[in-house]
Design a protein around this ligand. Structure first.
Ligand code: SAH
Ligand code: SF4
Ligand code: F3S
Length: 478
């Protein structure tokens, strides 16, 4: 058992409930229900955290709005993964000074991964004086107490001390979507890839207890959720800190045994821990969606070593081969970084050849962004930005062609898809997802189908999505 993991005691969470209650009493005297706006950047982990922030705000008596102007409380849940993400947040936070001028008494909170970075906190303290409350991911569980301090003392509150990380159960949740849900199974990361800020802002790996995860999934299944994603920075190392005889594959099997008509997804997997046992478990578990997000980051062994990824190209390709052997139609997606310090164009070409070899269904491509405090930020980086961009464009063009070909192969097939949202274009009133999570834009169907599984005939495709129509009743989808 990792002695550094702090499990927040139930009585401490109950105390946060009391702070919600106290805030509720203060708000009850207002002429109209006060409103909160929660703005989320970054990954699903942050989406999941925002659902807890909304849960707390709901218990305090706040209603919700998407308008900065109308909000009495604005919470900006930030991401630190790349400089661009941070710049966007700082730009938007800067602009809030105007909203606050028009809305005296408005409270502005900044939380999430950026808030955990000491230099960001300092910048907010000095130059963004309209921000009332700043707290990092480690302090999220005590948000009610922090907000209460702001409301009662009229002073600014900063709470972002560095710690290895904690686990808090029992925080209320307001989910954004009634069809798909995120369930965090673990927090933090121990991998310290040399370019990455996550271990510094999210702390060390720590797993929720299996009974807590299973109870949450059971509740979601009972409530009719159709698509449940198990979340962690590296789900494959689930349980290593618990000292139980249960790894991620065992957890997946236990989730699969929960009754209900839902699909299970998970992300993200580090290739070093993606095991044969996991592939075999996926193949056996009917609820586990045939999709695997397996970031490879670079195609060159020298670059992988400099990134501290601890696998090599051959090892990665071998995992993909074994995964496909177990789950033949599996959709495989990945992340890749172009322009890591010292990566030459010849080494970049090994990334290109890797994607041609694997033929991913989709790829998330990023240009390397130096993050203060990470080892890569101190490495020599002689390649001009223009050359990195040219390589990036070549990679995107190559992947777009592969994605289009892969999508074209769906045309004519009928698949059982989850209708998960209204469409964003009148020609396509509904959006659905294949079991492998490919987007299908549906040309027919009414809004009451959202949240149901339908057999869908795929009629067209491009690089980014599939097009389809509802199959006549009685047609069997795969
Ligand atoms: N835990 C996940 C990734 C989380 S971050 C994993 O290990 O796979 C999501 C992606 O952002 C990473 O896979 C990586 O491709 C990219 N990324 C992380 N740090 C980056 C940086 N400094 N510059 C550019 N891309 C980065
Ligand atoms: Fe970052 Fe690597 Fe951890 Fe993923 S595994 S969060 S890339 S350090
Ligand atoms: Fe960003 Fe934090 Fe997620 S840095 S990618 S929001 S863990």
């Amino acid at each position: 058992m990792d002695r550094q993991t702090i499990r927040i005691a139930p009585e401490d969470i109950a105390r946060q409930g009391e702070f919600c209650e106290k805030i509720h009493e203060r708000l009850a005297s207002l002429p109209a229900q006060p409103l909160a706006f929660v703005d989320t950047y970054g990954c699903q982990q942050n989406e999941a955290d925002s659902e807890r922030i909304r849960g707390y705000l709901g218990s305090m008596g706040y209603g919700f709005t998407d308008s900065e102007e109308d909000a009495d409380v604005i919470v900006i849940n930030t991401c630190a993964i790349r400089e661009h993400a941070e710049d966007r947040v700082l730009g938007n936070v800067g602009a809030l000074v105007h909203a606050k001028r028009r809305h005296p008494g408005q409270i502005i909170c900044l939380c999430g991964c950026m808030a955990q970075e000491p230099q960001v906190a300092e910048k907010i303290r000095q130059s963004y004086r309209h921000v009332d409350l700043l707290f990092g991911p480690h302090a999220l569980w005590k948000f009610p107490e922090l907000l209460y301090r702001v409301l009662t003392r009229r002073g600014r509150v900063f709470e972002n001390t560095d710690e290895p990380g904690s686990i808090a159960e029992g925080i209320p949740v307001v989910r954004q979507n009634g069809v798909k849900a995120w369930v965090s199974i673990m927090y933090g990361c121990n991998n310290f890839c040399s370019y990455c800020i996550v271990p510094y802002v999210r702390g060390r790996e720590r797993s929720r207890k299996p009974e807590d995860v299973l109870a949450e999934v059971e509740e979601l299944a009972r409530a009719g959720y159709r698509d449940i994603t198990l979340l962690g920075q590296n789900v494959n190392s689930y349980g290593k800190d618990l000292g139980l005889d249960m790894d991620f594959a065992d957890l997946l099997e236990a989730v699969n045994a929960i009754p209900g008509d839902f699909l299970i997804r998970f992300m993200t997997s580090h290739p070093k821990d993606a095991s044969q046992k996991l592939f075999e478990t996926m193949a056996r578990c009917e609820k586990v969606a045939p999709v695997f997000h397996l970031p490879f980051q670079a195609g060159s062994d020298r670059v992988l070593k400099a990134m501290n990824r601890v696998y090599d190209r051959a090892g990665y390709l071998d995992k993909v081969r074994r995964l496909r052997e177990q789950v033949p139609d599996v959709v495989i997606t990945s992340d890749v970084i172009v322009g890591f310090p010292g990566e030459t164009t010849e080494e970049f070409e090994e990334t290109l050849s890797l994607i041609e070899e694997v033929r991913f269904d989709a790829l998330f491509t990023f240009i390397y962004s130096p993050r203060a405090g990470t080892p890569a930020a101190g490495m020599d980086d002689p390649m001009p930005a223009a050359e990195k961009h040219a390589n990036f464009d070549r990679l995107v063009a190559a992947q777009n062609a592969i994605s289009a070909e892969k999508h074209a192969a769906y045309v004519g097939k009928t698949l059982r898809c989850l209708v998960d949202a209204a469409g964003d274009d009148p020609r396509y009133p509904l959006a659905a997802r294949t079991p492998g999570n490919r987007l299908v834009r549906l040309a027919d169907g009414a809004a009451d189908l959202v949240g149901t599984y339908q057999n869908v005939e795929i009629t067209g495709a491009n690089t980014w999505s599939l097009f389809g129509k509802l199959a006549p009743a009685g047609t069997r989808g795969k």
